[in-house]
Design a protein around this ligand. Structure first.
Ligand code: NDP
Length: 486
């Protein structure tokens, strides 16, 4: 086992913590059903924890099977009225929600950072603006649905259940709710156990927007709530983002029931650096690809493929750049890498990193002063990785990148495609023709050229193989929420 660590550079920045006093959180949140917050049928409240401090933030109601049943009944009753509204009226509600997200963006950003541990810079500049942008985008589609599906006549599916993970809580809720509502469906959203808060603020926003009762219900709780939702009769579709294991379980549970399904699952995406790339730019892309949101990103560039001729140079630049990352208080506006989302996720990362060391890869971790409380993992780089190592195969979902080398374009393509996943990829090259050739040969839903983790509501996102099926974003994101009538 070889482990190299190095002290991160100590930058003399004054702390720049974001204020939290503008955030108006309740001590307790109920379930959101039929346009109102309510008690669960069997009272159960659990704290949601700030992972940077291991301190509770608020008490959250957990839904039980009877609440799931009630939410479905309410959504079923509301659906025909919602679908019968003139499409432009539905669009107006989505515009209102988008505007309210913008108005409350500072509050939502702080809340997302407190609840999930991500740096404020990311929740403020990425998560919240993109969530608003998704509502704006699909608001515009509401009265143009047929143009999104080859001018066919379409109808909504009905009632949809939507289960989202903890890595981009509000953004994933927006990815799911905005197209579903634009198409005339009603929705029941199950946020992740560790990050329910912004979904509950979104419930308040639905109230402020005067969204008709029952069009959106929000049912926090653990995996059992998601499992109950999936198994309940009365749903027309399930949309899920999360782990491949749970995705597989959902697909099995729905088999033969005539319920539509889209799955956006894990990934082990290749970020490919060719020798003709602008290497400093590529290093920034590698850092953004794997350390953005602590690597809790389904499309993270967690397999870094570097052409052998520039391997030493890229690793030297990357390792130097990693030493300049600022790790710590997610609410500090200078922080680059925040807290790991939960103790369970930290344990998963540590287990896989230990496996990497045991299997003989060379580990380099930035050593830096980490806060005493909270869940933290220093940015880590593995070299001398073989394609069979667990760290080259399994999704780590943390700030850990595994480096592999290649000599030729054909080898790069073969190695990049050598994965059970197929969610995303990055290509770094100065040659446009090469980028197109490689992109066409990659089995990945999204391929970025000379950039990484670049999201846009107008672009489709989704995977191949065990990364799932169905697309979210852009006109392609309408199709999974519509039935073609003619
Ligand atoms: P899960 O797949 O367990 O969680 C995703 C969502 O599904 C959460 O809302 C979760 O609820 C819910 N859920 C859990 N079990 C079930 C079930 N049986 N039926 C229906 N819904 C269910 O991801 P984890 O949070 O456990 O993370 C585990 C691993 O999954 C990570 O280490 C990472 O590798 C991967 N992952 C991938 C994501 C992606 O975007 N591709 C996102 C998140 C995780 P609850 O939170 O209450 O458990």
């Amino acid at each position: 086992m070889t482990v190299e660590s190095r002290q991160s550079i100590v930058w003399e920045y004054a702390p720049a913590p974001e204020a939290t006093d503008h955030l108006r959180l309740a001590e307790r949140y109920g379930l959101f059903i039929d346009g109102a917050f309510c008690e669960p049928a069997e009272p159960r409240y659990e704290p949601t924890i700030n992972p940077a401090k291991e301190e509770p933030i608020a008490e959250i109601a957990w839904a039980g099977p009877r609440d799931v049943e009630r939410a479905i009944e309410v959504a079923r009753a509301a659906q025909p009225r919602w679908a019968a509204l003139p499409a432009r009226e539905r669009g107006k509600y989505l515009f209102r929600i988008a505007r309210l997200i913008q108005e409350r963006s500072r509050e939502l950003a702080v809340c997302e950072t407190l609840d999930g541990g991500k740096p404020l810079r990311e929740s403020r500049d990425v998560d919240i603006p993109l969530a608003a942008a998704h509502f704006f985008h699909y608001a515009g589609w509401a009265d143009k649905l047929r143009y999104g599906v080859n001018a066919r006549e379409v109808a909504p599916l009905g009632v949809v259940g939507q289960i989202v993970p903890w890595n981009f809580p509000l953004l994933m809720a927006a990815w799911k709710l905005a197209p579903a509502l634009a198409c005339g469906n009603t929705a029941i959203l199950k946020p992740a156990e560790t990050t329910p808060l912004t979904a509950l603020l979104l419930a308040e926003i639905c109230q402020e927007a005067e969204l008709p009762d029952g069009v959106v219900s929000i049912l926090p709780g653990d995996g059992a709530v998601g499992a109950a939702l999936v198994r309940s009769p009365g749903l027309d579709k399930i949309a899920f983002t999360g782990s491949t294991a749970v995705g597989r379980d959902i697909q099995t549970a729905l088999a033969g029931r005539g319920v539509e399904l889209t799955l956006e699952l894990g990934g082990k995406s290749a970020n490919i650096v060719f020798e003709d790339a602008a290497l400093d730019q590529a290093v920034e892309g590698i850092v953004n690809g794997i350390f953005f949101n602590q690597g809790h990103v389904c499309c993270a560039g967690s397999r870094l493929l570097i052409q052998e001729s520039v391997m030493d140079e890229v690793i030297a630049k990357l390792w130097a750049r990693m030493g300049r990352l600022r790790i710590g208080d997610p609410l500090d506006k200078n922080t680059d890498v925040g807290a790991i989302n939960s103790a369970e996720q930290l344990e998963r990362i540590e287990t896989l990193v230990a496996a990497g060391e045991e299997e003989g890869a060379v580990r380099r971790s930035v050593s830096c002063d980490l806060p005493e409380r909270g869940y933290w993992f220093a940015p880590t780089l593995f070299t001398d990785v073989s394609p069979a190592h667990r760290i080259a195969v399994e999704e780590i979902f943390g700030p850990v990148v595994s480096v592999l080398s290649f000599r030729t374009q054909a080898e790069a393509i073969e190695k990049a495609n050598n994965s059970k996943y197929g969610l995303a990829a990055g290509i770094w090259t100065d040659k446009g023709a090469k980028a197109f050739e490689v992109a066409n040969a990659l089995r990945a839903g999204v391929v970025w050229q000379n950039t990484y983790n670049h999201f846009d509501p107008t672009a489709a996102f989704g995977g191949y193989k065990e990364s799932g099926f169905g697309r979210e974003g852009g006109p392609a994101g309408l199709r999974p929420y519509l039935r073609v009538v003619r």
